[in-house]
Design a protein around this ligand. Structure first.
Ligand SMILES: Cc1cc2nc3c(=O)[nH]c(=O)nc-3n(C[C@H](O)[C@H](O)[C@H](O)COP(=O)(O)OP(=O)(O)OC[C@H]3O[C@@H](n4cnc5c(N)ncnc54)[C@H](O)[C@@H]3O)c2cc1C
Length: 448
């Protein structure tokens, strides 16, 4: 690696690709510390211009969250926190020249904003997250929507609002399945979206779309190939969640493998067809295809870059990966049998903290430390109805199921930690107060 910067020398160049749950925290904190003092030159590259914390996407999709109140503009953030921001999608890498290759950035009208370019680094951190995995299921690309970006969430929300307004305005009676929404995948995303959507569609109809009978006309269903909802979480959580979903009237289909998606419905492997106007694919996880062979770096079968416990990629000590796009061993998983750090916001947050210290160590030539994932459990928000979760190991020395207000507070605290890392305590306190006031004076469901 390059030696620490002497006064007047070119500072060590840290390039972070991906300004998500992990990458933006790292860029901000690195900028606030070493960047501010000119010890490193930090550059953040993201394919979009604004950041929204991904676990909030289902709230935007359902219409219960105003995105503009939670969006962070990269350019302003970089100005206030002493890093540089470059827009564009990473598409390749030259390890020999130590350059990240960035595609041209094209705006919504098809005009080129920035050309293709290469950005040089001394330390590269890849933090580009993950996407859902449709496992090649026929019809998903054409007929199902995904919930991977803020734009996806807004598009879905607009379709839900339009579907309800259309149903209210049409002269003919509603078709039987006109307002049915099918969510494929009953992991946290699918289940959270189902509960949130159930509530917001009812509130929306109550705003005057009185030709729609919410109980009769609107149906939300979740479809899961595994025998239970939330298959990655303890069975007690699945039971509590399924019970609540069914009580709300959400149709839950487990052991239901999707064979194909088509316009107007979902075909199951057992031959059944579940009719639906709106279909969301929220199952599976994989990293971007271009990571599969990124200039010789090692990747796994879902395209994640394989990293050492130091978070360095296995074949290049100058390249690190963290968050969902990294395959990082978790030896304590599965009662000590081993596994991989799960793709979760808490892992991205912890790894951002660890990376900050790794870069500090690299600069002064100290040995790097191993990262150890600390599992604090999982929390699932079922909108205003409930929050369920389990708290794990580190906090209580075992696994404990939690529910209700305490679980809600724990769930919110994960987002607050993210906001604190980005903005500091004064701004977060003021923003929280402002949001509470706005919540009291505005409709709870967004209709745009
Ligand atoms: C709907 C939903 C709900 C979720 N709920 C929870 C939850 O309740 N709890 C939890 O722990 N986790 C949850 N997750 C998972 C959590 O969001 C992720 O684990 C976390 O965001 C991963 O952080 P990251 O920094 O690795 O990637 P991300 O936060 O996904 O950020 C990746 C960033 O990289 C950028 N990017 C992508 N490709 C490129 C490229 N080629 N070039 C440049 N930039 C690029 C993206 O624009 C994005 O800004 C949820 C995920 C979703 C989709």
């Amino acid at each position: 690696m390059s030696p620490p910067s002497a006064p007047g020398a070119t500072p060590h160049r840290v390039v972070i690709v991906g300004g998500g749950a992990g990458g933006l925290e790292l860029a901000t904190r690195l900028g606030d510390t070493l960047g501010r003092r000119g010890r490193v030159a930090v550059t953040l590259v993201d394919r979009t211009r604004t950041h929204v914390w991904k676990p909030k996407l289902h709230e935007i999709a359902a219409g219960s969250m105003d995105m503009s109140a939670h969006e962070v503009g990269y350019l302003a953030q970089s100005h206030w926190h002493h890093f540089r921001y470059r827009v564009g999608a990473m598409v390749g890498l030259s390890r020999a020249r130590k350059e990240v290759l960035i595609a041209p950035f094209i705006d919504d009208e098809g005009l080129q904003v920035t050309p293709a370019r290469a950005i040089g680094y001394d330390t590269l951190v890849v933090a580009i997250g993950s996407q859902s995995n449709d496992f090649g299921t026929p019809g998903v690309a054409e007929h199902a929507m995904k919930l991977e970006t803020a734009a996806d969430a807004q598009r879905f929300h607009a379709r839900v609002v339009n579907a309800c307004i259309r149903a209210h305005a049409q002269a003919t009676p509603l078709r039987a399945d006109q307002l049915h929404v099918a969510i494929i995948g009953a992991g946290a995303t699918g289940v959270e979206l189902a509960a949130e959507l159930y509530r917001t569609t009812r509130e929306m109809v109550a705003y005057g779309l009185d030709r729609v009978d919410a109980d009769k006309d609107i149906q939300v269903s979740v479809i899961e190939a595994a025998p239970r909802v939330l298959p990655a979480l303890p069975p007690r959580l699945s039971e509590a969640t399924e019970k609540l979903l069914r009580k709300l009237g959400v149709a839950v289909h487990v052991n239901a493998k999707v064979a194909a998606v088509q316009a107007g419905g979902v075909s199951l492997a057992d031959g059944r067809l579940l009719p639906a106007e709106l279909i969301v694919w929220a199952a599976g996880v994989k990293a971007a295809d271009f990571l599969k062979d990124l200039d010789g770096l090692e990747s796994n079968r879902i395209n994640q870059l394989v990293v050492l416990p130091t978070l360095q990629t296995t074949r290049d000590e100058n390249i690190f990966a963290m968050g969902d796009c990294a395959a990082c061993a978790w030896p304590e998983a599965n009662q000590g049998q081993g596994g991989w750090v799960p793709p979760r916001a808490q892992a991205a947050h912890q790894q951002a903290n660890h990376m900050l210290q790794q870069i500090q160590r690299r600069l002064v030539g100290r040995p790097l430390k191993n990262y150890r994932y600390r599992d604090f459990g999982s929390l699932v928000s079922l909108g205003e109805y409930s929050t369920v979760g389990n708290m794990m190991g580190g906090l209580i020395g075992g696994s404990l199921m939690i529910e209700g207000l305490f679980a809600r507070l724990m769930y919110e605290s994960l987002y607050k930690m993210h906001e604190l890392a980005l903005h500091g305590s004064v701004k977060v306190t003021l923003d929280t107060l402002a949001r509470l006031i706005v919540r009291r004076t505005e409709p709870h469901v967004k209709l745009h």
